[in-house]
Design a protein around this ligand. Sequence first.
Ligand SMILES: [Ca+2]
Ligand SMILES: [Ca+2]
Length: 321
Amino acid sequence: MRWIYARTTKARIDTVCVAMSLIAAVMTQSAMAATTVPASVMDEVLAGNAQDLIVLFETAKAAPAVPKLRTATRVEIVSHNDDGNEHDDNEDEDAAEILAHKVKHYRKIKARALHAIGTSGISAQQDYTYLPMIHVRVENLAALQNLLSNADVVAVYVNTAHQHALLESLPFIGQPSAQSLGKTGAGTTVAVLDTGINYTLAEFGACTSPGLPAGCRVPVAIDFAIEDNLLDDSGHGTNVAAIVAAVAPGTRIAALDIYTSGYTFTADIIAAINWSIANQALYNIVAINLSLGDGADNAIECPGSWATAPFADARAAGILH
Ligand SMILES: [Ca+2]
Ligand SMILES: [Ca+2]
């Protein structure tokens, strides 16, 4: 366990009993505010129960040249808002080469970290190629400690279950005034991360399959959770998508099914966000809808959330504008 102490304290400390030092290293590291996980995760791993975790890697190290590239490739498109002020339509939007650059560097950092962490007691479940994140399964304490003490790892999140949440009403989002100004969403796509969509309904263009016939407003439907062979197993996603369709009568909707029996897991939410970034240009995805929550009420942005990095990269790709 010497290397764990050396990395966290920058000092050489001789080790004693391996079993004791393993526990001590975990406690020491936690006390030093290095990467941590909830005690419940530690308890489960100690009890021999494998844990699914989401790993966030150091973003600055992952894409050090992105700010410079962004400046070099920015194409200014300036329009005017209704108040006459200029609006930079491309503000913070990543060009294709910046995305490719990010993907390459994320891959490099992940490969370095995973090589250092090793394969004993830990296995990759999903790689979110457009995000500095992966989904892993950890089977023992040594593997967990390797993960937490890796210099490239900045956060580890529990793959928690999320439940449906009710939508806010239209006035909160400026409808119908937006539509009356001609803002219908024509030419765009909204990714609805939910239980799927019954796209055979008239509201979506009575599709026989995604994108068919002409007039179908759902060009793509994918299951990110376990394939249930159903368009929508609860109706919630169809309800949400119908609201999107009504609010933005010109937009198309990507049906991203992230639910399994009333729950969606962090890993599947991130997978769908990653897909949205990867396919942003193909469908001109301008927004992601997530009508879900973990039961907690938060008045401000949650610090240390698993959602921070995916949302930041989605925004940078032109989504959530
Ligand atoms: Ca489905
Ligand atoms: Ca499903």
